[in-house]
Design a protein around this ligand. Sequence first.
Ligand SMILES: C[S@@+](CC[C@H](N)C(=O)[O-])C[C@H]1O[C@@H](n2cnc3c(N)ncnc32)[C@H](O)[C@@H]1O
Length: 196
Amino acid sequence: MANYEYLAEIEKYGRDNKIPILLDESLDYIENILKEKRPKRILEIGTAIGFSALCFSKFLAEDGRIDTIEIESLRVEQAIDNIAKVGVQDKIRVIEGDALDILPYLQEVYDVVFIDAAKGKYNEFFEHALRLTKPGSIIIADNVLYKGYVLSDYNKHKQRTAVNKLREFIDLVLNNPKLDAKLIEIGDGLIVANVK
Ligand SMILES: C[S@@+](CC[C@H](N)C(=O)[O-])C[C@H]1O[C@@H](n2cnc3c(N)ncnc32)[C@H](O)[C@@H]1O
């Protein structure tokens, strides 16, 4: 039996330790999509400590499952512990490694893909997401506005590459004829793309 009471503790740990877990308003927005969709299969790229995957698991179809990929071993361990605490090990599988190494091996079709990892790789992640979805699936990407830098004329050297890549990513997604996509200016910026 799942015990979602631990979620508040996991969220507090994430926020207190500056782990970039989903912001409240983005989480609310995505949860509303999931409530309606009740997906059977979710793929997440960027697990961190498992917070978002745990939140999403509440809205899975009865026999639904989540695959989530994380590159950092410590976070993988924390996510596995958190998932066990909540008691949903049968619903969430954490896969350790660089998503770009793992995604080519995935062959399932997912109802929802959530991209929430290295900003400079969103184009590559998205290509895999397109391959792993079908008409009716939804692809969501978080942090696409990168603290507002993407929509401003901010051009500081350190962030410039990521900002340019995110601008290119947003443009490609919004103009892809196979998608019905929108940019949602909440939290750190979400792309929500329905596969046609
Ligand atoms: C924004 S956090 C994920 C937050 C999580 N989705 C949540 O809301 O609870 C991004 C995570 O992606 C991981 N990451 C970054 N690049 C990655 C890659 N290439 N493959 C897999 N994970 C990656 C980071 O280590 C980090 O834990």
